[in-house]
Design a protein around this ligand. Sequence first.
Ligand code: NCD
Length: 480
Amino acid sequence: MRSLISIKDLSREEVEALILEALKRKTLPPSPSFSGKVLASLFYENSTRTRESHERAASRLGMDGIGFSGTEGTSVKKGEPLADTLRMYEGYGADVVVLRHPLEGAARYAADILRIPVINAGDGANAHPTQTLLDLMTIKEKVGSIDNLRIALVGDLKYGRTVHSLVAGLSLFSNVQLWLVAPDAMQMPSHIVHDFEQATSSTVMRTANLQEDVDIFYMTRIQRERFPKGPDGEYEFQKLSRLYHVNAALLKDKKVGIMHPLPRYKHRLEIALDVDALPNAWYIGQARNGLFMREALLSLVLSGTQPEKEAHKTEEAWHPLPIKNGKKMGEHMVYRLDNGTLIDHIDAGKGSSVLAVLGMGDVPFIYARNIRSQRSGKKDVVGFTDRELKPDELNKIALVTSSATVNIIRDRSVYKKGKVVLPSVIDNIVFCQNPRCITYKEHAEHAPQKFHVMSHEPLVLRCHYCEVPIKREEIVLKEN
Ligand code: NCD
């Protein structure tokens, strides 16, 4: 099988099969069916449960382990890029990598550059899919079904990667009602909520108050390590970490199950110790389920053959349009262009952006702003002599303006004409603006820029790595 980077990589059927397999393994003695295989467990961030359960699961499967727990004592401290460290572990015989890293998209990047499968054990605030698998396993075990569930996610919904993945995981199931319990400053990123609402055709409830009439409270720790450094961040943390607590008195006579990815924060317990002895306390068993789920996952990942990496397909950067008579009708200036390119039907006001992204420092041959257009009311037109555009330049125009048509003029005639169209994947021309993304320049990981086109009108792109979406007006293009 392939890597597990996001819970969205799995279908409902695959999640259910993993849950059944993990529940089965819970009742069986370990069987060392992968003896001789090697797990590289690379933890750039603190961990107890996720690391130990993967390593213990590997050893129950008969595997050997290599790797590190924290970067102290490794060459990461000498400034080694992530890619080099990963390739080295692959070279030393790892059959699978489990990676935890503070940058969002680190695991996707690892999967893109390695030939062996990668399991995402948490990439910054982005995702934690194996946690979701064990969370769903626990719900299935306790409730019997994951459909028709009422669940409140409580606490740090902004930075908590466990709840980000859980919302995506729950969207695979039917009739799940979600309450997002957090103050505005800690609410869940809107694109995650949007994806859930789209997938389930339901509306998520956001509230700052603990919603009690539900089947499950999913409590979370305030992710102090992801707050801005300095007194402001510290103040916010202190304020927020006082907000949500459950204790035995609150739960009296209530059936609600209490889940938590753990650890809880000992200085301001989100779950009081007096809950531990109640039947509502699911979190200890939940953490233990991680062992069997990771055993099921490792065995699935190691049993399959890794699919061939898809060869990169070059997509056409324009759709050809018919040429009427070889002459560009309309504005007289066009007739003056002997050889070159004329970009017509640019959204009015976007002509200067088109020139900027093409690196046209000099005055172009033609630059008409806000002129009459039969098609769209007003338009800009840009033309230049002795230059034809390359595919990535056509892509850039399509990112700036949706309706542009490009005419290649040779010997005063329109030789080729087309409407610019965006490919489904945009490589290396748009910068991700999420400062926590693996591709962000300051992190110097040299990961390439890559975006998926999610929708054309309105234009929405999504970073291949950190998964943060951007709209047309937020796009920052690489200059020529
Ligand atoms: C979580 C994590 O690391 O995101 N822990 C875990 O893996 N069980 C939650 C947390 O640290 O608060």
